[in-house]
Design a protein around this ligand. Structure first.
Ligand code: FE2
Ligand code: FE2
Length: 474
């Protein structure tokens, strides 16, 4: 297979003259396409989709819109342009020039970091692959496909690093990224949340709202890395991630809007009546929020982590907005508050900041999620409906870290096994909730039409009207 590199694979890494990278990609690219055909969006091969493709990193080129067949999507390789004289900005190597090659002593750690990030990208495509068949509109169908092709490109971004900087073991890891499967008992994706099902559009919007936001914070921390190619790769990925967060946040806001409209129209807040009217009652949305928030919280790992400390000290992974923080960037003697369960109470203690970097990144993410929930709450507020969405306590429904062995209520009380058994159905989606939400899912493909359970968006994509033919069939 011959590839016209600059045409077929838009890039700013001089692929046309990099023989080593070409050879690696010649082998990997057909396998990627096989994976896309097998595990990418169901029944999508014949569709023409109004997609954004990055063809360069400048403001004109990074968001080029056109109708394209998805298997012909041009997955590219882009890094933000180098920053002149960039330094390692934190840890023991602070002040040294940023590394343009992998430092030998950190090689396996860096490879592991890149593989773990890379694995989440195809995983989410696999999790979402059936949802196109139940899209609530053409607008939404286009949006999920946009997210899917960009997660595919994020996989390319990580594979570029593996191929370009890690030699033979990098190539092996790049192949394994196409072999694991979300939810597979024998060969699962690396992180638990990426093996959960995304069975309906409420779950999809929650996932892009909350779990893609974890992606944002992980990428932001890696964008601080002293390994410059990783930093520049992650910086460019962040520009795409913003759209994924928008899809989730606005998707849920439109569901809330539709429900609030029906509540006022029919003067009821009775979940059973609202379900009878074919919309999702607000307490059910809150339970989905509780689930996705708690499962995604676990992605940050244990509150206390010596791995996180060494990633930082070695200059591999920084804090969120590291260079904007006004401290010594080595965390010598600094402390950070972390919760702990002692008996029936949750206490806060102060531990070395270096060992609690997972918790700090989780806290930064929680603040961001919470601000977005404040924006959702404007919808019932404007509709004069008293219901407000609220994040559960950090310890609620956790499987990893200091809360893993306890039951914590959403309002932050340590409760008994019996209490949990009695009450968890009020806090997490029940199988009845899931069956109901899934019963609403049906395919709407007429331009400008929307499923009954979701309001139309305020505006279309790239200044196109809401009733634009975002996806062409046949
Ligand atoms: Fe991604
Ligand atoms: Fe994403």
């Amino acid at each position: 297979m011959t590839i016209n590199y600059s045409e077929r694979i838009p890039n700013n890494v001089d692929l046309a003259s990099n023989k080593t990278l070409q050879r690696a990609l010649e082998h990997w690219q057909p396998r990627f396409l096989d994976w896309w055909k097998e595990m990418g969006p169901d029944e999508s091969a014949a569709l023409n989709v109004y997609l954004r493709t990055a063809i360069s990193v400048d403001p004109q080129g990074w968001a080029h819109f056109d109708h394209v067949r998805m298997p012909d999507y041009r997955w590219g390789i882009f890094l933000t342009p180098p920053e002149k004289d960039r330094k390692v900005n934190f840890g023991a190597h602070k002040g040294e020039p940023a590394w343009q090659e992998v430092p030998g002593e950190y090689r396996s750690t860096l490879r592991r970091i890149i593989v773990t990030q890379g694995d989440t990208e195809p995983a989410s495509v696999e999790q979402q692959r059936h949802l196109g068949l139940t899209c609530p509109s053409l607008y939404d169908l286009r949006n999920i496909f946009q997210v899917n092709v960009e997660e595919g490109r994020h996989l390319w971004a990580m594979v570029y690093l593996l191929h370009g900087y890690f030699g033979r073991d990098g190539r092996e890891e790049a192949e394994a990224l196409l072999e694991r499967r979300s939810g597979d008992a024998d060969n699962p994706r690396i992180l638990t949340a990426f093996n959960e099902k995304t069975p309906d559009w409420l779950s999809f919007f929650m996932f892009t709202f909350i779990t893609d936001r974890d992606g944002k914070f992980q990428l932001a921390a890696l964008a601080e890395s002293g390994f410059d190619p990783l930093s520049r790769t992650c910086r460019f990925m962040l520009t795409e991630e913003a759209h994924h967060l928008f899809v989730g946040e606005s998707g849920i806001a439109r569901i809330i809007q539709r429900t609030c409209d029906m509540m006022n129209q029919h003067k009821t807040d009775d979940p059973a009546k609202l379900r009878g009217l074919g919309v999702i009652d607000l307490p059910t949305i809150q339970r989905y929020l509780n689930f996705h928030f708690s499962v995604t919280s676990d992605l940050y790992g244990s509150e206390v982590s010596s791995n996180a400390a060494s990633f930082y000290t070695n200059g591999l992974k920084g804090r969120f907005e590291e260079t904007k923080i006004g401290d010594d960037h080595s965390l010598a003697g600094a402390e950070y508050p972390v919760m702990e369960v002692i008996g029936d109470s949750i206490v806060t203690k102060h531990l070395p900041a270096l060992n609690t970097l997972n918790e700090r990144l989780r806290d930064d993410w929680v603040k961001d999620v919470d601000a977005a929930i404040g924006r959702w709450n404007k919808v019932p507020e404007k509709a004069a409906i008293p219901f407000r969405f609220k994040l559960p306590h950090k310890g609620f429904h956790r499987r990893i870290g200091v809360f893993a062995e306890s039951h914590i209520s959403p309002d932050g009380r340590v409760i008994s096994e019996a209490d949990w058994t009695h009450q968890h159905r009020n806090w997490l989606p029940t199988s009845e909730d899931q069956v109901f939400v899934q019963s609403l899912m049906g395919r709407v493909t007429e331009p400008g039409k929307f499923a009954n359970w979701i309001a139309p968006p305020l505006r279309g994509i790239n200044n196109q009207p809401v009733n634009f033919e975002y996806v062409r069939f046949g």
